[in-house]
Ligand binder design. Structure first.
Ligand code: NAD
Ligand code: DAU
Length: 356
């Protein structure tokens, strides 16, 4: 079995759903259920004995040690993090607590468990740390895309905390021999994306007749990857990645924010036209820029292709259409997230359950 942390969030939930759609290997899913954790994302797994959800913190060493002893996973995949750049600017402390201190404690718990395994289990064990391209800093328009050899130049409290966690993971391999793997991925989009991030925010605001806030001039460039492709990359690295290595994951799909928002608006015009017949792009408003806003990210994912044969399956055109359609057909999910009702969802849905 595998232990996944942060598996009620956007990418973690997609990962758990995809994993159990293609394998019967059970998953223990440890999640603190912060505002970003939503058990409704995992509703389709209710009653599925292969999925064991545990409400808890990666920094709770006693709990993590007990889970490792009890379930004896062959791998730990660490998605748990505070993930939103704007929130990190308003309040960095939680980011340090989970992304740095939490990762440290998780590494220490896992090191103790791994040290007690027999030689064969020890050799097969993996700790896979899910990280971001933001650790590399910002590119100018003509710079080559980030490779795994780029120096770390994080610019936000979020990216600084992720960079620190990546360094800890690296050090636990070099110093203690822990068999680690790290992935550094670009911007994801797709189902279950919390509507504080650009793409889902634009979809839900557009449908609600609200403003579509573009930071600064909207010409910041991101490299967008459909979340299911990120999940397939993680599975590939877990099975075949070289221990101690880092792998960049990206969509080969650089686009300025304004173009992304225009694409979302055009899809909504087609799939769910405004009642007044006007285009959604009329709702775009330019707002104050994000402090320290990174201008451009671009990922060179050739190492992952060369070594492990991974390429994204989805094009941006197909992925963004699926994403908009998903939000249009999941009005309940959106309204529960917006009203905060998703936080009571477990109690309501599973009123008869004795454990969370
Ligand atoms: P998210 O914010 O949607 O989900 C994070 C999850 O972690 C939530 O379910 C939350 O409850 C849980 N969590 C937070 N603190 C915890 C703790 N102390 N213990 C246990 N669980 C905790 O984030 P996401 O977008 O799904 O990102 C997942 C991971 O992927 C993060 O590590 C992030 O840095 C990385 N990443 C994200 C992107 C992206 O575009 N979203 C891109 C590259 C890398
Ligand atoms: O690059 C990977 C990273 O991508 C992940 O590590 C982070 O966890 C994830 O949140 C994401 O970070 P970004 O800051 O790039 O994503 P966000 O969706 O917040 O913003 C995308 C771009 O859109 C960014 O340039 C800021 C801009 N933006 C965002 C919002 C929410 C706007 O212009 N308006 C908005 O309202």
């Amino acid at each position: 079995m595998i232990l996944v942390t942060g598996g009620a969030g956007f990418i973690g939930a997609n990962f758990v759903l995809d994993w159990l759609a293609q394998s019967d290997e059970p998953v223990v899913n440890l999640d603190k259920l912060t505002y970003a954790g939503n058990r409704e994302n995992l509703a389709s797994l209710h009653g599925d004995a292969r999925h064991h959800f545990v409400h808890g913190d990666i920094g709770d060493s006693a709990l993590v040690v007990q889970l490792l002893r009890q379930h004896q996973p062959r791998a730990v995949i660490n998605f748990a993090a505070e993930s939103h750049v704007d929130r990190s600017i308003h309040g960095p402390e939680d980011f340090i607590q989970t992304n740095v201190v939490g990762t440290l404690r998780l590494l220490e718990s896992v090191r103790g468990y791994w040290g007690g395994l027999d030689a064969e289990q020890k050799a097969g064990f993996r700790f896979l740390h899910v990280s971001t391209d933001e650790v590399y800093g910002s590119l100018s328009p003509t710079d080559p895309a980030f490779t795994e050899d780029n120096p770390f130049e994080p610019n936000s409290p979020y990216s600084a905390s992720k960079a620190a966690s990546d360094h800890l993971v690296r050090a636990w391999h070099h110093t203690y021999g822990l068999p680690v793997l790290t992935t550094n991925c670009s911007n994801n989009y797709g189902p279950y994306h919390f509507p504080e991030k650009l793409i889902p925010l634009m979809i839900v605001n557009a449908l609600a007749g609200k403003a579509l806030p573009i930071y600064g001039d909207g010409q910041q460039v991101r490299d967008w990857l459909y979340v299911k492709d990120h999940c397939s990359a993680i599975r590939r690295v877990l099975e075949g990645g070289r221990v101690g290595e880092t792998y960049n994951v990206g969509g080969w799909n650089e686009k300025p924010n304004l173009e992304i928002v225009h694409t979302v608006c055009a899809l909504l015009d087609e799939l769910c036209p405004r009642s007044d017949g006007k285009p959604y792009r009329e709702q775009i408003t330019y707002v104050k820029d994000r402090p320290g806003h990174d201008r451009r990210y671009a990922i060179d994912a050739r190492k992952l292709e060369r070594e492990l044969g991974w390429r994204p399956a989805e094009t941006f055109e197909s992925g963004i259409r699926k994403t908009v359609q998903w939000y249009l057909s999941h009005e309940d999910w959106v309204s529960h997230v917006q009203s905060g009702a998703y936080r009571d969802w477990v109690q309501k849905q599973y009123a008869s359950e004795s454990a969370a």
